[in-house]
Design a protein around this ligand. Structure first.
Ligand code: DGL
Length: 267
């Protein structure tokens, strides 16, 4: 596999852009291909076998486009089928995401950690293993948050509706006295300004975008497939849903100057 090939990144929708933008920041010379599987969004409330099958299909689509590695920029897809994707594409480096429980464990002062994520992530075996490893000596309070993903997909980052739903999910965690909040879904970092308004300055809010980008650098280095270019990487966007709707939202969420165009992925 050549270092000049693109990195493939996917999510159920636009949430994975919170990871993609960090990959662009640390690897500005890499070409990136992003797939928003919007026709199947949200993933987090669907049956595991369905999302596993989607993850395999989407990865096959990216491989067909010639990517040199795949980042599963979705906690739910990682929970549902990271192992199966790795098995099916055994020669392809595949990077997943998981809630930042280890950093939370290291950072918390009062030992009370909140985790906001989809039901699929919270009910998965990977999450139980994480809690077993990093939940010792602390209390971990989990909160599934249906509906938030759809609001981000609609670009409703700071509407009263979003504020009300965030209160519904965050107030119970605040009542438990958490001092650290883990965002276990890649859509939620786009809500950080609103989340911070609700939880206040005393609660540390953790997002995994940058850690995943750094992990991507390590994996590319280990496989000797880093692009030697240090600038000028090109981002291409695909969606299985409505390209015009997705282009509009990406326009809001993508912080770089690229001319964003979104292609239809038939899969
Ligand atoms: N962004 C996703 C995650 O990290 C997907 C959420 C969903 O589609 O339900 O879990």
């Amino acid at each position: 596999m050549s270092g000049s090939a693109a990195i493939g990144v996917f999510d159920s929708g636009v949430g994975g852009l919170s990871v993609l933008k960090e990959i662009r920041r640390v690897l500005p010379g890499e070409d990136l291909i992003y797939l928003a599987d919007s026709a199947y969004c949200p993933y987090g409330v669907k049956p595991v076998p369905e999302i596993r099958a989607r993850s395999l299909k989407v990865t096959a689509f990216l491989v067909e486009l010639g990517v040199k590695a795949v980042v599963v920029a979705c906690n739910s897809a990682t929970a549902a089928g990271l192992e199966q994707v790795r098995e099916a594409f055994s020669r392809l480096p595949v990077i997943g995401v998981e809630p930042a429980l280890k950093p939370a464990h290291d950072l918390t002062q009062n030992g009370k950690i909140g985790v906001l994520a989809t039901s699929m992530t919270l009910n998965g075996i990977r999450f139980s293993v994480l809690v077993e490893r990093f939940g010792t000596g602390v209390e971990v309070f989990t909160q599934p948050a249906p509906g938030l993903v759809e609001l981000v997909e609609d670009g409703k980052l700071d509407t009263p509706e979003t504020g009300a739903l965030l209160h519904q999910y965050l107030d119970p965690l605040l009542e438990k006295g958490i001092d650290t909040l883990v965002l276990g879904c890649t859509h939620y970092p786009f809500l950080i300004p609103m989340i911070k308004k609700i939880v206040g300055a005393k609660v540390t809010v953790l997002d995994t975008g940058l850690a995943i980008a750094k992990q991507t650098v390590r994996v590319l280095e280990q496989n000797r497939i880093l692009n030697p270019r240090t600038d000028g990487g090109y981002a291409t966007f695909y969606t299985s849903g409505d390209p015009e709707k997705v282009r509009e939202v990406i326009g809001k969420l993508w912080p770089y100057d690229d001319q964003v165009s979104v292609l239809k992925a038939r899969l």
